[in-house]
Write a protein that binds this ligand. Structure first.
Ligand code: EPZ
Length: 453
């Protein structure tokens, strides 16, 4: 059933929120289970749509999985005769490309649909294929599928830098393939993201020989076999950053548990430059703000640069800063689909190539907007929290891919937000049991004063 959010802006976020396990760490780790023999137990795997889709694909590939009563996910490879990641799944979730490396290394064959593009960009896989070829695979392109074959893989030195710098999923795919290759593989210009470190930590717990993860040079000593292991996935630094920005945006006072300074230094630097107060603790960041922001220039870069996955969210805060800010997107030059929607809410942002030039405005004003991809949806929720009146956010299935019931976490921090059926006419909403009393009251007041959407 299609759903939407109604958000009534103006309430500061106050309290404590604990972020979930990292989607972008969990996905490659789940696929890397294909490399192992025996039982793996994973803690802190987030209950997200992308995780569910991944477990469905892994089940087709012979991986049995189930949640234990304590929430841990137990997985085991029970059959090894499949080798395909079909188009109908890959086109919905690019992360299915992570099946390439493990299937090739463990089963000698992989038939993975090319992911195609999405709202944030072209999403090529040339560097993935460069890595597999370097390890000795034969690669063919057949009806939109990559078909890779190799009776065995041989380690070697591979330069994995591309036009936009390093590749996270490309680095992960080569690490997974090299883990069972004969000999040593060295990846130059590897991605340094914390999610790569998490993958390496899990595989080393399974008996792999990976060194240098988190640095631009990663060395993988191939081994004959990998056993299962028990591992806790890192917390989601992008979810943490999203809540930190929401706290600042709404002039709130929020302690974000699970936020790690070393994963969020670039965001913390940008928020402090904008005038936000942050107290960094061991495993939390405490954010307070008066709601007045200085303009800041931000550039989205590979880690440890400012995360592209927080670019649209910080844009909301800068749209209310007292001056002109420039956001430069060096990873996905077209990742600005949120700009038009923010301008509908009264922002004054101009896209110039891979730049967003933001003239700060006094306030945003609620209106119906359209979510388009995961992080752009999060940006619209943040905008709704601070816009005057009610913001209706449609197509919120995008946000459920990367945030678990975000509206519940925000409600606990005081936000006035409700998830309702997409056809819930705003006039009926006040009667809907789905609407929280606070929203119902504010909405009836709003409906009395506003024209219909
Ligand atoms: C991962 O995507 C994340 N997804 C993305 O998060 C994130 O935005 C991205 O890394 C960058 O940090 C997951 O981890 C599931 P890349 P990925 O390969 O691995 C170019 C989210 O919202 N490139 O690091 O697909 C590419 O075009 C998602 O959670 C090539 O040129 O990104 C881009 O410009 C969105 N050739 C740059 O590299 C290749 O073969 C970085 O892409 C591969 C990538």
């Amino acid at each position: 059933m299609l759903e939407k959010f109604f958000v009534h802006g103006g309430t500061p976020l106050v309290g404590t929120v604990r972020v979930n396990g990292s989607k972008n760490a969990a996905l490659p780790i789940l696929y890397s289970v294909l490399l192992t023999r025996g039982t793996t137990v994973l803690h802190n795997i987030p209950p997200l749509c992308d995780v569910t889709s991944t477990l469905e694909l892994l089940a087709d590939l012979g991986v049995k999985s189930g949640r234990r009563p304590d929430g841990a996910l137990e997985l085991e490879v029970v059959k090894e005769d499949g080798f395909e990641a079909p188009y109908e799944l890959v086109r919905k979730m690019r992360a299915s490309i992570y099946a390439l490396g493990p299937l090739l290394a463990k089963r000698g064959r992989a038939r993975v649909s090319r992911p195609g593009g999405c709202n944030i960009g072209v999403r090529p896989i040339d560097l993935h294929l460069k890595g597999m070829l370097a390890l000795g695979a034969r690669i063919a392109n057949e009806q939109g599928y990559v078909v890779a074959e190799a009776p065995y893989l041989t380690g070697r030195r591979i330069y994995l830098g591309g036009a936009s710098g390093s590749t996270v999923s490309g680095t992960a795919n080569v690490i997974m393939a090299a883990a069972l290759a004969r000999g040593t593989t060295v990846i130059d210009h590897a991605a340094c993201e914390p999610e790569i470190v998490d993958l390496a930590n899990y595989l080393n717990a399974c008996g792999a020989g990976i060194a240098g993860a988190g640095t631009p040079v990663v060395t993988i000593e191939g081994v004959r076999e990998l056993h299962g292991s028990e591992y806790r996935v890192m917390s989601d630094r992008i979810e943490a950053g999203t809540f930190m920005i929401g706290a600042a945006l709404t002039a709130g006072d929020v302690r974000v548990e699970g936020a790690r300074f070393e994963h969020l230094a670039a965001l913390i630097d940008a928020l402090e430059a904008a005038g936000v107060s942050l107290q960094v603790e061991d495993d939390a960041v405490h954010v307070t703000s008066d709601g007045d922001f200085r303009p800041v220039d931000v550039t989205a870069l590979p880690y440890p640069g400012f995360p592209t996955d927080l670019q649209s969210q910080i844009t909301v805060l800068l749209s209310l800063a007292g001056g002109i800010s420039v956001v430069t997107e060096k990873i996905y030059p077209d990742r600005f689909i949120h700009v038009a929607e923010l301008n509908r809410l009264g922002a004054n942002i101009r896209k110039e190539g891979n730049l967003a030039i933001i003239h700060g405005v006094e306030r945003l004003s609620g209106a119906p907007v359209m979510a388009s991809d995961l992080r752009a949806s999060a940006c619209l929720v943040l905008a709704g929290l601070v816009a005057d009146g009610v913001t209706e956010i449609n197509r919120i299935y995008h946000i459920d891919r990367g945030y678990h019931r975000i509206e519940e976490s925000l409600k606990e921090l005081g936000a006035v937000i409700d998830r309702v059926p997409a056809d819930a006419d705003s006039a009926l909403l006040s009667l809907s049991p789905a609407a929280s009393p606070a929203l119902r009251e504010k909405l009836v007041e709003y409906l009395r004063s506003a024209t219909s959407f």
